[in-house]
Design a protein around this ligand. Structure first.
Ligand code: FE2
Ligand code: FE2
Length: 190
């Protein structure tokens, strides 16, 4: 394909908008199986996205951008908090009377987190890290995506990877982190 290759910032920005729209789809779905499946998709998407940031993007930002240490420490705290709240939502279950209210709070927190990343971290990455490296880093995020397809084929039931990646959010995050680390080992992307 001609033109500029997608870099890691392009991929992450695209995921930010997918995350926002999946939050609203979960929220607007009435109770039941469909809502549960959409919530599980959201868990997988957040796991892919935040894990790729944690393993591949934040370490580079920490070393390379101005005030990288402070910027990344603040974002990591927000990510840990979001992970805990996601686990609480999972334990609560989608049919719980307070599920939607708690989901709305998390959705707002994650949107603010994403805005801060875009303003304080991604912009500086583009200014201070060579484009070639940013393109290479995009590969790690795609590798994470491939371990966790968020849209299994309709009619085929749950795909094997989807089954493997269903369940408690903390376990899903761990499995995806292992996959990203394996990929990084083979590629030596730092
Ligand atoms: Fe993040
Ligand atoms: Fe993000």
């Amino acid at each position: 394909m001609a033109g500029k290759q997608q870099d890691v910032v392009d991929v992450l920005l695209d995921q930010h908008s997918q995350i926002k729209s999946l939050f609203s789809r979960v929220a607007s779905e009435p109770k039941g199986t469909q809502k549960r499946e959409l919530f599980q998709d959201l868990v997988r998407l957040l796991a892919v996205h935040e894990t790729a940031e944690e393993e591949v993007v934040h370490p580079v930002a920490r070393r390379r951008i101005d005030s990288g240490e402070q910027v990344v420490d603040s974002r990591r705290k927000e990510e840990d908090q979001a992970k805990r709240e996601l686990a609480q939502l999972y334990d609560m279950g989608v049919d719980h009377p307070e599920f939607n209210a708690k989901l709305a709070k998390l959705s707002e927190a994650v949107a603010q987190h994403a805005d801060r990343e875009e303003a304080e971290e991604f912009r500086s990455l583009r200014q201070q890290v060579p484009q070639e490296q940013l393109v290479r880093m995009a590969g790690a995020v795609r590798a994470a995506e491939q371990t966790a397809p968020t849209r299994p084929h309709p009619h085929s039931g749950e795909s094997a990877p989807a089954n493997l990646l269903a369940g408690p959010p903390l376990a899903v995050f761990d499995r995806i982190r292992d996959a990203v680390r394996d990929w990084r080992e083979t590629q030596r992307v730092r």
